[in-house]
Design a protein around this ligand. Structure first.
Ligand SMILES: Nc1ncnc2c1ncn2[C@@H]1O[C@H](COP(=O)(O)OP(=O)(O)O)[C@@H](O)[C@H]1O
Ligand SMILES: [Mg+2]
Length: 338
């Protein structure tokens, strides 16, 4: 068996607010092989971004990783990211070097006060130990790679001089400039218009093929998942409710929540000549769900059992895991994924 690049086990994330403890992520497991893309999908608030931030060790008070392991393979050794000092030297050297993140809003990582050339060159000099001149060459190369015209003159631009799509490309160039093994992309195209979104997705797929980068691709859009991912985890209220290869998930979605998401994608539904059916209701407040399945209040198939006990993620087909009482494996008390 080959060692995965990333192996997340029983990850738990809590926020201790004045109003009580929010269990934002409640014990999730997933792994990612080299060169693969894992899609993480689910509605707003299900815990996608905090999972990404936990991997980068960027969760700040009142939040914390309250349990589990995040094992990253680096140069043949396994590092548990969960045990690293949040601001310490180890995570700093992994961040931007082995592992990089792109955010929905590029201004999260771009400094408005510095020219973009400077911002791309700094981490290159720091992590790759290149001289200023070499870093400049590398920066130009990366801007060309992400399709920015007149790359050399762009180095002197400030972020506000670029369009949203161009800023997103600069952020991708920055993230990839040190050849990270793992790229975490949190809704990287959600703020872009459809045409630019398609260009950026195509670009990410090309770069991934060329550089062999593994990607955790977070989105609330199953259509984007279909284009980008090899494997998918579907999250709801801080849990994984379904996990499968992208092909298997689209052929055979088993969890009522995943089925609901599929029915609300226009292109998928209109092909079949059916009506768009949004999932009824809204995601409940995580503090209000104390027992049972988190999806029970919105589920068209809910039974009494669903309101009482939470089903575990169980194997329901080859390489396919579902947390739902409708499915046999979960009925048996849940087979933990192997
Ligand atoms: N700063 C915070 N303070 C309190 N709770 C938070 C904070 N950030 C996130 N949460 C909790 O974590 C949950 C998951 O948030 P997030 O990961 O941002 O969701 P999304 O899936 O939309 O990216 C939220 O629903 C909220 O309950
Ligand atoms: Mg988010």
């Amino acid at each position: 068996m080959t060692m995965p690049l990333l192996d997340v086990r029983n990850l738990q994330i809590q926020f201790n607010t004045g109003g009580g403890t929010i269990n934002a992520v409640r014990g999730i497991d997933f792994s990612l092989e080299n060169g693969r893309t894992l899609g993480v999908v689910g509605e707003s608030g299900c815990g996608k971004s905090v999972t990404a931030m936990a991997l980068m060790r960027l969760i700040r008070e009142p939040g914390r990783v309250s349990g589990g392991e995040m094992l990253l393979e680096t140069d043949g050794e396994i590092v548990d990211l969960a045990t690293l000092e949040p601001m310490g030297p180890e995570i700093r050297s992994i961040r931007g070097n082995r592992m990089a993140m792109i955010f929905q809003e590029p201004m999260t990582s771009l400094n408005p006060l510095h020219m973009i050339g400077h911002q791309i060159m700094e981490p290159i000099m720091l992590h790759l130990g290149l001289t200023r001149r070499q870093a400049r060459e590398r920066a130009i190369e990366m801007l060309i790679a992400v399709g920015i015209p007149a790359a050399e003159t762009r180095l002197e631009d400030y972020p506000h001089q670029l369009s949203g799509g161009m800023r997103q490309r600069v952020m991708i160039a920055m993230a990839l400039s040190c050849n990270p093994s793992l790229l975490i992309a949190d809704e990287p195209t959600t703020a872009l218009d459809v045409t630019i979104q398609a260009q950026v997705l195509k670009l990410m797929n090309e770069l991934r093929t060329r550089l062999g980068t593994s990607i955790v691709f977070i989105t609330h859009d199953l259509g984007v998942v279909a284009q980008m991912a090899d494997e998918v985890i579907v999250m709801y209220l801080g849990r994984i409710v379904e996990k499968a290869s992208v092909k298997e998930l689209f052929r055979n979605a088993q969890h009522p929540y995943t089925q609901g998401l599929m029915n609300s994608i226009p292109s998928m539904v209109l092909e079949k000549g059916e009506r768009l059916v949004p999932i009824k209701g809204t995601v409940p407040n995580p503090m209000s769900v104390t027992r049972g399945c988190g999806f029970a209040s919105r589920c068209p198939h809910v039974t009494e059992r669903c309101r009482l006990d939470e089903p575990a993620l169980g194997k329901t087909a080859d390489g396919h895991f579902t947390a739902c009482w409708l499915h046999d494996a979960a009925q048996g008390g849940g087979v933990s994924p192997s």
